[in-house]
Ligand binder design. Structure first.
Ligand code: CU
Length: 171
């Protein structure tokens, strides 16, 4: 039912923009245009999680549960009307050992790299590019093998502090 609602919302949204080709994926992760058909990926057992990012700076899905080593595709769609320069979202999954506040603080000054700080790449398991209103970005990655809770967040300045974060539980 819930997925139905999200699907309806997404279908009602403008055709999603593709992930910019200039985006550099995190180590071990691949970013693909959101419009690419998942047929080949589905054969490899990739599970897709759809998340909406809203103008009140929340993820529609604050928790994700995954199996160790699972192939996961996170698709993030930004809803709203504000210009991208003022309001955009990404999905950044951090390692268990990352210092989250330190990462977010560094990200604030990393606009040229879409708020993924170059010197904190080791903290990142996977991340998408930035999605402005009506755009969808996605990233496909292998869930870490170690069980436990991993923080994901939006690294656009101020959004983590406003509550744009969640927990990926590996078990
Ligand atoms: Cu955001």
């Amino acid at each position: 039912m819930y997925q139905h609602v999200i699907l309806s919302i997404m279908l009602a949204a403008p055709i999603a923009a593709q992930t910019p080709a200039t985006q550099k994926p995190a180590a071990g992760a691949t970013q693909k245009p959101a419009t690419e058909k998942p047929a080949a990926a589905a054969a490899k057992g990739v599970r897709t999680v759809e998340i909406i990012g809203t103008e009140d700076m929340k993820f529609s899905m604050p928790t994700i549960t995954a199996k160790p080593g699972e192939q996961l595709r996170v698709r993030l769609t930004a809803k709203g009307a504000m210009p991208k320069i003022a309001m955009a979202h990404n999905f950044v999954l951090l390692t268990k050992t990352a210092k989250v506040v330190d990462f977010v603080t560094a990200a604030m000054n990393a606009r040229t790299t879409d708020f993924i700080p170059a010197d904190k790449k080791a903290d990142v398991v996977a991340h998408t590019g930035l999605a402005g209103a009506g755009e969808t970005v996605e990233v496909t990655f292998k869930v870490p093998a170690a069980a436990g809770d991993y923080t994901y967040l939006c690294s656009f300045p101020g959004h983590f502090q406003a509550g744009m974060k969640g927990t990926l539980t590996v078990k």
